[in-house]
Structure formats: structure tokens, C-alpha cells
Design a binder for this molecule. Sequence first.
Ligand code: DGI
Ligand code: FE
Ligand code: FE
Length: 189
Amino acid sequence: MDRKRALEIVKQQMHEKRYIHTIGVMETAIELAKQYGVDEKKAEMAAIFHDYAKCRPILEMEEIIKRENLPQDLLHYNKELWHAPVGAYLVEKEVGITDTDILQAITYHTSGHEQMTMLDKVIYVADYIEPGRKFPGVEEARKLAREDINQALLYALKHTIQFLMEKNQTIYPLTFQTYNAVIKEDFTK
Ligand code: DGI
Ligand code: FE
Ligand code: FE
């Protein structure tokens, strides 16, 4: 699928603000893919569709998690996590994207997972640092992404976990597992 068609499809799924974020993630993901030797076309498609389900009604997402037997533990954690795996499901079902690398990057773009591919990392980090993101520390994350994607990933995970803890929010176990895996990967090298 070409970029123009893909963007037309996602534009219908979201508000203007979310679409602008999507464009930012797409541009950032392509840059990171070039830098880290990741398939640019897959990075482009995964980025364009990563928040495909973001604006779906909560009840619809809940129903899909139950019906399609997506990880049921999601139902006991923050609803913000749901759009990632539900998005991958809907992108396959409604858009017809079958590339498992792309679907995996979408599935794990919010939590990460223990064995992230370079494509998974590119999407996770691009989502965190795209030009529209404005939070204290984003410049540092952008700098790290230019130097070492694992350090940028660790930074993003750490700050996300800290941010959630400050707000007394639960942390999805997979988010912690991802953090642990990145720490181990980095310090055993
Ligand atoms: O969809 P985006 O806003 O572009 O970004 P995202 O998919 O990375 O994250 C969506 C939200 O999910 C964000 O506000 C932080 C939250 N989140 C990420 N990991 C966890 C989490 N929330 C909880 N409760 N637990 C997590 O582990
Ligand atoms: Fe998201
Ligand atoms: Fe996003």
C-alpha cells in the first residue's frame, strides 16, 4: 500500500490532532529506520497505523479483547493500553495488512515486550519523540535516539514508568518486563 492511501485510511479514524501526531511518528520512524538499518517501508506503514484504534469506543475495544482472545490481563489495566493490540487486530481485519512485523510493532507500541525487534524499537521510540511531543525530557530522548536507540528506549520506558507512578497509576506487567529486558540487554553487552 502506498503512503497516500494509508494516510487517507487513518485520517478517517481519528481527530486532526491525532492525525498530526501520526504524521510526526511516520516521519520520525522513517528517519530512525534509515539510521538503524530497518526496512523503511515497514517503519512507514507501522507508524501510519500505530494509533489506528486510538479513537475507538472503550466498549468496542473491550469487546474485541474478549472476543478475539487478546491478552485478557489487559482488561485489568489502564484502558490506554488497549488501542495497541486492538489496533493491530483491526488493521489486519479492516485494512488487510498481514505483515507480521508491522502488526507486531503496532501491538507492542505502548508496552514494548521482552524481545523487541529493531522495527518495534523504532516505532516505540518514534512515538515518544515525534516533533509534536512536548514534555520535560523530550529533547534528551531525541538526542539519545540519534546516538543509541536502546538508550532512547530505556529512557522512554523509565520515564513512562516514573510518570505513571507519580500519578498513582498501575503499571502493566509487560511494561516492567520490557524495562527489565532492556536493562539486561544493555549491561550484558
Ligand atoms: O497512543 P499515544 O498517546 O501516542 O502513546 P502510547 O500508545 O505510547 O501511550 C498511551 C498511554 O498509555 C500513555 O498515556 C501512557 C500509557 N501507558 C503506557 N504504558 C502503560 C501505560 N499506562 C499504564 N497504566 N500502564 C502502563 O504500563
Ligand atoms: Fe498509541
Ligand atoms: Fe502514538
